[in-house]
Design a protein around this ligand. Structure first.
Ligand SMILES: Cc1ncc(COP(=O)(O)O)c(C=O)c1O
Length: 358
């Protein structure tokens, strides 16, 4: 594809020299696990997010599993989450032996529908896990009214204002995320110091000192090298977020909204991806492919219909808005600094695709 969906290399190209310097510094230090960059990044991330504690872990999936474990969630427990999200959200719940209970989404935001969540709570519900999907903040304050822990799966939304206010949030630094590293990485951001400490201990084999082991835990740490890179990238995050928002606004200015449904803007949206909707998406995507422009679809088999999660007992048709979004969504290229001419080309191709009726 001539025009990619995201261009991470273009994002870090101006930082290559700094990244090489940080790499050399870590090499010179010989400290690869829990070194000074790891500790400094945890502090810098906590202060950026405005949370009490941040714990660096190996990836965003581990972050979810660790949080569920630290909250004592396991067999016989239910956790309400969306089915229109990446598999890891529900996988983490099932991994703990708990049951993911899927609530439908609000079609205007693609995030959890708070009313549908309320209707699915039982005396076995131990937590609610909204996802800030595609970078748009989910309705956390509304979900908190049930008095259950709200675990924000914020993998796609680092840098979104107003998130990570609940008891605990998780992040992924998978390359392409809004804040990314050069491999796998993740973070737990907690506003409860005891919970954060439990996550920290669990992530280190259930031990504080690798001598006494109080819990059956995990080995899940953010590498020192990745922490060093993340410290460089965190300094550029706000500028990247502005670039994402500018690019999103430009698609609207170019008239893309007359051709397909655009994600509704709101000030907190950080456009991890620019996901549109159209009943004609397959025709539009074919035209984009012919023009060598990348596009993608998300969660086309939503989680309640995934083979590994069919045991939960949902049938096709049980989450109508989720299933409709699954058939209509597609994303077009967007990254911080994307060229306006590239966006114009994308809109021209979509215009000619929707203009030509099948
Ligand atoms: C919503 C969501 N949750 C969890 C994850 C898992 O993160 P990771 O790939 O770092 O394990 C991802 C990202 O891939 C995600 O998009």
């Amino acid at each position: 594809m001539q025009i990619p969906l995201v261009d991470v290399k273009a994002q870090y190209a101006p930082l290559l020299e700094t990244l090489r310097e940080r790499f050399d510094d870590v090499l010179a230090s010989g400290e690869f696990i829990k070194g000074p960059n790891y500790r400094a990044f945890e502090q810098e991330a906590a202060s950026y997010l405005g949370v009490r504690e941040a714990v660096g872990v190996a990836n965003g999936t581990d972050a979810l599993v660790l949080v569920l474990d630290a909250l004592g969630i396991g067999p016989d427990d239910e956790v309400v989450c969306p089915a229109f999200t990446f598999y890891a959200t529900a996988e983490a719940i099932a991994r703990r032996g708990a049951t993911p209970v899927f609530a439908d989404i609000d079609p205007a935001t693609l995030n959890l529908d708070a009313d549908d969540v309320a209707a699915r709570l039982t005396d076995r519900t131990k937590a609610i896990m909204p996802v800030h999907l595609f970078g748009r903040p989910a309705p956390v304050a509304e979900l908190e009214q049930h008095g259950l822990p709200v675990i924000e799966d914020a993998a796609q939304a680092f840098g979104a204002p107003g998130i990570a206010r609940s008891v605990v949030s998780t992040f992924s630094f998978y390359p392409t995320k809004n804040l990314f590293c050069l491999g796998d990485g993740g973070l737990v951001a907690a506003n409860d110091a005891e919970l954060a400490e439990r996550v920290r201990v669990l992530a280190f084999h259930g031990s504080r000192d690798k001598a006494d082991f109080q819990l059956v835990g995990y080995n899940s740490r953010l590498d020192e090298l990745q922490a060093a890179f993340l410290r460089v990238f965190l300094e550029h995050l706000d500028e990247w977020t502005r670039g994402r928002r500018e690019a999103a606004a430009r698609y609207a200015e170019l008239g893309l909204g007359e051709l397909v449904d655009l994600p509704e803007d709101e000030p907190g949206h950080v456009y991890h991806l620019f996901v549109c909707r159209s009943p004609d998406r397959d025709r539009i995507r074919a035209a984009l492919r012919d023009a060598e422009i990348a596009s993608a679809t998300y969660y086309t088999t939503p989680l309640h219909l995934q083979p590994a999660l069919r045991f939960v007992g949902y049938e096709p048709g049980s989450l109508p808005e989720t299933e409709r979004a699954a058939t209509e969504n597609f994303s077009v290229p967007l990254w911080p600094g994307i060229d306006a001419a590239v966006q114009e080309r994308v809109v021209d191709v979509v215009r000619s695709a929707v203009g030509v009726r099948a």
